[in-house]
Design a protein around this ligand. Structure first.
Ligand code: ATR
Length: 274
């Protein structure tokens, strides 16, 4: 019988994870079955319990359950602990291991797919919610020249920065503090693009040669990427690469093999633009 995996979410109908993991499994000759499970808002713990009891080996977790998943684990990886959220679970008898591959996925996409290593770069991270929190640790590990976290509610950005105070301490601020600053990499981790909105960014934040990265993706450029292009950002990237790379990291956690991601990313890109 195939080993069972799933993604838990709400909504989850449009999730690309089943297609991504099916492609990985075929490529790596792994006998797995991966499905999308729609979880009622108040039914996450029960869904996890049922899936594990039925022999499920592992799961991905997407919105809005990543924080709840964190609380359900019996063991956590260091990166999940830092992120305060879990996107990858492994079930083994009574043991529920929680990991977070979002940051590693972003860093792999930036460093390998986009040839834009973070070391020495001036980095601006927009947003201070779950998506931002998941990537601060891996961004700092990659040794940027500095990391500024900007959020509408400045206090949330300051609190997030405070959590990661260390060798390269991030700075948390509001959007009104940004004029006069300029960055090599600007990453949008807000949910603004979901509503077709643009964070209130000032002009002049994109340094010559800079990369604008939106964790969201879609057929059309997001408002953030459209703004970045108009402001002279040299390169634009959406979050499709991060999606595939976080999945590859999860596959590695479960199966001990990291699949080649380029063909899968190319397949998704074609499907998105069709
Ligand atoms: P997620 O887990 O997806 O990060 P979240 O925790 O609700 O979701 O956080 C959403 C983030 O997007 C927050 O940083 C939010 O800013 P505030 O904390 O100031 O609310 C940000 N956000 C949402 N809509 C935005 C918009 N139109 N402009 C700027 N930031 C926005």
């Amino acid at each position: 019988m195939s080993d069972r995996y799933c993604v838990f979410g709400n909504p989850v109908g449009h999730s690309k994870s089943p297609a991504i993991h099916a492609a990985f499994a075929a490529q790596c000759r792994q006998d797995i079955r991966y499905e999308a499970i729609l979880v009622p808002r108040d039914g996450f713990a029960e869904s996890v319990r049922d899936f594990a009891a039925a022999g499920g080996r592992g799961a991905n977790v997407t919105l809005p359950f990543k924080e709840e998943a964190y609380g359900l684990t019996t063991r956590l990886s260091a990166r999940a602990e830092l992120a305060g959220a879990v996107n990858t679970m492994v079930f083994h008898h009574a043991d529920v291991f929680g990991d977070n591959t979002d940051g590693a996925g972003l860093l792999f996409d930036l460093g390998v797919n986009l040839s834009c290593p973070i070391a020495g770069k001036r980095v601006l991270l927009l947003g201070a919610g779950g998506a931002a929190r998941g990537v601060v640790g891996p961004l700092l590990d990659a040794r940027p020249a500095n990391l500024v976290i900007a959020n509408r509610a400045a206090a949330r950005a300051e609190d997030l920065a405070q959590r990661f105070a260390g060798a390269t301490s991030p700075v948390g601020c509001g959007y009104t503090d940004l004029p006069g600053m300029c960055f090599d990499v600007v990453i949008n981790a807000t949910s603004a693009s979901l509503g077709g909105e643009l964070p209130p960014l000032p002009s002049g934040i994109f340094a010559p040669g800079s990369l604008a990265y939106d964790m969201m993706y879609g057929r059309e450029a997001t408002p953030f990427l459209a703004f970045a292009a108009q402001q002279g950002a040299a390169r634009l990237a959406d979050g499709l690469g991060m999606l595939v790379e976080q999945a590859a990291e999860a596959f590695l956690v479960w199966r001990g093999i990291r699949p080649a991601t380029a063909p899968v990313l190319a397949m998704l890109r074609v499907a998105l633009e069709r």
